[in-house]
Each structure stands twice: as structure tokens, then as C-alpha cells.
Design a protein around this ligand. Structure first.
Ligand code: SAH
Ligand code: SF4
Length: 348
């Protein structure tokens, strides 16, 4: 079976030509895939019946089967668990914000090879990369869900399961299709890529000439502390990571976001706040503070509000702006990898 969302427009055009149809049929199908977000071939009413039959027989519209869909108690976060054709499970989350943003948080890999100690996905290990189609289809399904409610998907964050820069080619193709006017039409500035800090790929991304937002999962401001939380830091320590971030800022003129999961008594202490302030002072950046989401495989707990406030105050002394991100959908395991972990444990 050919999975239609895995094809580029060019590949779809070649397929149609091979089947003996005029090339413009490819663009018609493309519109059904990305603009109308069709779920069945019989919706594709402007295609000849024999073409619809051939599509039905030889291709598939969807590679993602929803196995669970959970809404948080406040109704503003919805989380999906999808089964892929080979049985792998991935998660996507939709968040709605008071300012009208509708943000899809999507996965780029099944599992993750980076082994960050506090992360439920890292605790599972790496299964495989997702294809560009599997990446994009998550956004399609969430956008379709919104459109059924007269709403529109406005933002996409690559912050679900997996390390996007470890799956570079598929992620870049995915971003292109999320962004393209004949794709989902989401502005590059409304797409955020979050990375644990793969230095060569950050530099490569800087050279792509894109305007996507870059978020760096920092979580610690000394090599010792960071290597203990994020093993990847042993490969690319802070000095190299910060050089790559400066390169990204220089090349793109875009503000970089630093993510910091606040762990009580670990990285929320004044020494770490001062170290972070010194590291980021003068840089075009912003810090997102997220109280840790506790996971099965890690003993740490979330910082209390006093430590969070103290941490923020120190940063502001260094002229570093920060926001405390509200933890969304805690009651539906909306943290990265947590719904899958729970489902595999058979608790729900
Ligand atoms: N692999 C990428 C993107 C996916 S993780 C990355 O690491 O950046 C998305 C974000 O969730 C990262 O900032 C990650 O550090 C954070 N995260 C993972 N587990 C968490 C937890 N238990 N509590 C709070 N944040 C967590
Ligand atoms: Fe992978 Fe990101 Fe989780 Fe680290 S935090 S294990 S890089 S998904």
C-alpha cells in the first residue's frame, strides 16, 4: 500500500503519470489531502471514478489509527495516542489558548535515543524515526478535528515524542509541508522546533534559511549538572551548544527559547539561576520555565511556587526574560511520552 501522506507533490505527480492520468490530477488529490483533509476517497468528487477506485485499491489515506483520545477536565487540552502501521504508538496533543492560538504538539520519533533521565519518552528508549508523512498527518488529524468545530490550527510545536534533529530529513520535509501554502499553510514563525542540543544539526538548521522558532532544552547551566540530566551533554557540552545557539541567532535574527524543567532542589537553586543568568546575559533569548512533570522512572519532583519566583527574580537581575509555563493537561498525562507509558503499563 502506498501511503499518500508519505509522498511529496512531485512523487504524487510521478505516480499519476505512471498510472496514465494527466499530471493535474495530482494537485487535485493534494488539495483533498491538505486543504480538505479528506478521510475517504469517495469524498474526492472531482476525480474520475476509475481513479478513485485505483486510489482505493493501491493507496491508503491514513497511516495513523487513533487508539485513545482524552480531553483534560478543563476541556482545553486534548491528547491522542496513535497506532502506526507497524504497531508503534505515538502521541499528539492539542492545546487551546485564551489568545486564540490552537497549538498542536506533535511527535517526530517513536521513542527517543537521547535518554534524558526525567523524560517518559527517554525512559522508553528509541524504536524508530517517523516518516515525513507520519509527522504531518498528526497535524492534519488535529487540524481536521478543529475544523469540525469551526476552528483553525494556528501553531505547531515539534515537542512531542522524539528528538526532531535526530530525524533531520523527515522533520525538514515535514516542516516544509506544514508551512507550504499548498500544504497546511502554517507560518514558519508559528512552527517551533525543540531540541535537546544536537550541535551540528542546529548549525545545519541555521543554514537552511528558515524562520522557524528554535527551542533548546537546557535544564542546567553547568556541564556537570546538565550531563547528569541529559546524557547528550557529554557529547556536546554547554560551550559548544551556546556557540551553536549564537550561530543560529546570527544567521536567522530569531530569538531562541531555552526550556528549563524546574526540579525541586536540583536545578531550581540560586546557584543554577545565577549560572543561567551569566550564560544567557546579553543573548537574544527567552526562558520557558516548566515545573517538572513527575514520571515513573525519575524520582525528582516539581519546584514549589516560591522557588519558581526566586529563580525568575534572579534571571531578571541578569536582564533575562522568562515565563512560567502552565502545566497543561496534567490529568491526562499530557507530558511527553506519558500517555503511551501509562497505556503500556496497562493502567488505563
Ligand atoms: N526532544 C526534544 C523535543 C521533545 S521533548 C527536546 O528534548 O527538546 C519537549 C520538551 O519537554 C523538552 O524541553 C523536554 O526537556 C521537556 N520534558 C520532557 N520530559 C519532561 C518532564 N517530565 N517534565 C517537564 N518537561 C519535560
Ligand atoms: Fe528525547 Fe526530548 Fe525526551 Fe530528551 S526530553 S529523551 S531529547 S524526547
Amino acid at each position: 500500500m502506498i501511503r499518500l501522506y508519505d509522498l511529496s507533490l512531485e512523487a504524487l505527480e510521478s505516480l499519476l503519470t505512471e498510472w496514465g492520468y494527466p499530471v493535474f490530477r495530482a494537485r487535485q488529490i493534494w488539495r483533498w489531502l491538505y486543504a480538505q483533509k479528506a478521510t475517504r476517497f469517495d469524498q474526492m468528487t472531482n476525480l474520475p471514478a476509475d481513479l478513485r477506485q485505483q486510489l482505493e485499491a493501491q493507496t491508503t489515506l491514513s497511516a495513523l489509527e487513533p487508539v485513545r483520545e482524552l480531553a483534560s477536565s478543563d476541556g482545553r487540552t486534548v491528547k491522542w495516542l496513535f497506532r502506526l502501521a507497524d504497531g508503534q504508538l505515538i502521541e499528539s496533543v492539542l492545546m487551546d489558548y485564551a489568545d486564540g492560538r490552537r497549538t498542536a504538539c506533535i511527535s517526530t520519533q517513536a521513542g527517543c535515543a537521547m535518554g534524558c533521565v526525567f523524560c517518559a519518552t527517554g525512559q522508553m528508549g528509541f524504536a524508530r524515526h517517523l516518516s515525513a508523512g507520519e509527522i504531518v498527518e498528526q497535524a492534519i488529524i488535529l487540524a481536521r478535528w478543529l475544523e469540525a468545530r469551526q476552528e483553525r490550527l494556528s501553531n505547531v510545536v515539534l515537542m512531542g515524542m522524539g528528538e526532531p534533529l535526530h530525524n533531520y530529513e523527515a522533520v525538514l520535509e515535514g516542516i516544509h509541508r506544514l508551512n507550504a501554502p499548498e500544504g497546511l499553510g502554517i507560518g514558519q514563525r508559528h512552527i517551533t522546533l525543540s531540541t535537546v542540543g544536537l550541535v551540528p544539526q542546529i548549525r545545519r538548521l541555521a543554514d537552511e534559511g528558515l524562520q522557524v522558532k528554535l527551542a533548546i532544552s537546557l535544564h542546567a547551566a553547568s556541564d556537570e549538572e546538565r550531563s547528569a540530566l541529559l546524557p547528550v551533554n557529554r557529547r556536546w557540552p554547554l560551550a559548544e551548544l551556546m556557540d551553536a545557539c549564537r550561530y543560529y541567532i546570527d544567521k536567522t535574527d530569531r530569538r531562541v527559547t531555552f526550556e528549563w524543567a524546574l526540579i525541586a532542589g536540583e536545578n531550581d537553586v540560586p546557584e543554577q539561576a545565577h549560572a543561567l543568568g551569566r550564560l544567557l546575559h546579553g543573548l537574544l533569548c527567552h526562558v520557558n520555565l516548566i515545573p517538572l512533570n513527575p514520571t515513573q522512572g525519575y524520582g525528582g519532583s516539581a519546584s514549589g511556587s516560591e522557588s519558581v519566583a526566586r529563580f525568575q527574580a534572579v534571571l531578571s537581575d541578569y536582564g533575562v526574560t522568562s515565563t512560567v509555563r502552565v502545566r497543561r493537561g496534567i490529568d491526562i498525562n499530557a507530558g511527553c511520552g506519558q500517555l503511551k507509558a501509562e497505556t503500556l503499563r496497562g493502567e488505563a
